[in-house]
Design a binder for this molecule. Structure first.
Ligand code: FDA
Length: 308
């Protein structure tokens, strides 16, 4: 893995780096590029703007790994409040949730009970919930919880990370279940036994998984696909598959707020569904470090602000 990426992902988990970096005004200015605000009001305004540009959104209140049940309940209530707000404002948005925010570190039962409450709220509003995929120790339990709840609440989706060696097998299972799948490269610091260390292998696996998802059996099973990437080669592959396989519905592109705007516009203009992942809140530190790790130019941008 690229040493800069390893360093930045290590810093994402360091309380000392967090204390240092979040104290700087310059960090906040750079963060604004990716995070439209700290409150639900600011996030709702950003989603309204995204909708006005002809795109849909998925809203994500920042945070992960809550340490006690009271915080997990508060996060659950916050997700439900977002669903209520989307309905009240008539926003074109669903939500993306993190199971460690719903208490996964405290136990399977707590996370599942909290997610069930979120899914019930989504159902009341006829909305959809995507379960983000976190670091590899959580993958198995996340997929288990996804399956357990999907039996009662079908409007829930999973995420597959193409850097994981296991992702080909997971995709086969999800195809047989007719699941809704977001495909992404993967954003965490993973050991080589678990994840491909070479970016070229991650990219190749992404293409192979998209090819697999476009096959007739997946579509017959009702599989829905979200391509979560800003990589021009992956976006071109997605467009090519949609056209060559005559896919008329069920596939969309997803990008992070503030990244790849030109691609967002071009894909929407070409008639594709494009959804923007809008993160907001005060707990932006680890999320921001993962965005820096994804692109060295972001670090240069940060340094320019620091010294400029
Ligand atoms: P890649 O990293 O190869 O970047 C391709 C190009 O895109 C870069 O050259 C640059 O131009 C642009 N780009 C990419 N990242 C950028 C950045 N941070 N700033 C500026 N430009 C950037 N991960 C995960 O582990 N679990 C999850 O649930 C999700 N969910 C998710 C949802 C959505 C909608 C997206 C778009 C991404 C995720 N991710 C994720 C993150 C994902 O795993 C991955 O880390 C990033 O999308 C970066 O990978 P790309 O596919 O963009 O390609």
């Amino acid at each position: 893995m690229n040493p800069m990426r390893t360093l930045l992902l290590g810093m994402a988990d360091s309380p000392t780096c967090k204390r240092l970096l979040t104290g700087w005004g310059v960090t906040r200015r750079v963060v604004k590029r990716f995070v439209p605000g700290e409150t639900l009001d600011e996030a709702a305004a950003a989603v309204a703007q995204v909708n006005a540009e002809g795109l849909t959104a998925t809203m994500n209140p920042l945070g992960e790994n809550v340490a006690n049940e009271a915080t997990a309940t508060a996060s659950t209530n916050a997700y439900i409040e977002i669903l209520d707000r989307i309905a009240a404002d008539g926003l074109g948005s669903n939500i993306s949730v993190k199971l460690t925010m719903l208490g996964l570190d405290l136990g399977h039962d707590i996370a599942i009970a909290n997610l069930r409450r979120v899914l019930q709220a989504a159902e009341r509003h006829d909305n959809f919930v995507r379960i983000d995929m976190e670091a590899s120790p959580y993958v198995e339990s996340t997929l288990e919880i996804f399956r357990e709840l999907r039996a009662d609440h079908p409007k829930v989706g999973a995420v597959i990370q193409t850097y994981l060696r296991r992702s080909g097998d997971d995709i086969e299972a999800l195809i047989s279940e007719g699941a809704s799948v977001r495909v992404v490269k993967g954003a965490y610091n993973e050991p080589p036994e678990v994840a491909f260390p070479d970016k070229a292998d991650v990219d190749r696996n992404f293409v192979a998984i998209l090819d697999r998802l476009a096959r007739a059996d997946a579509r017959e099973n009702g599989v829905r696909v979200a391509i979560g990437s800003h990589d021009p080669a992956i976006l071109a592959k997605g467009s090519e598959l949609i056209e060559s396989q005559g896919i008329e519905a069920g596939w969309e592109f997803q990008m992070l707020y503030g990244i790849g705007k030109q691609h967002q516009r071009e894909l929407a203009a070409a008639g594709h569904d494009v959804r923007i992942y809008v993160s907001y809140g005060v707990a932006w530190y680890p999320w921001f470090m993962r965005r820096l790790a994804e692109r060295p130019a972001n670090v240069l941008f940060f340094l320019r602000h620091l010294f400029g």
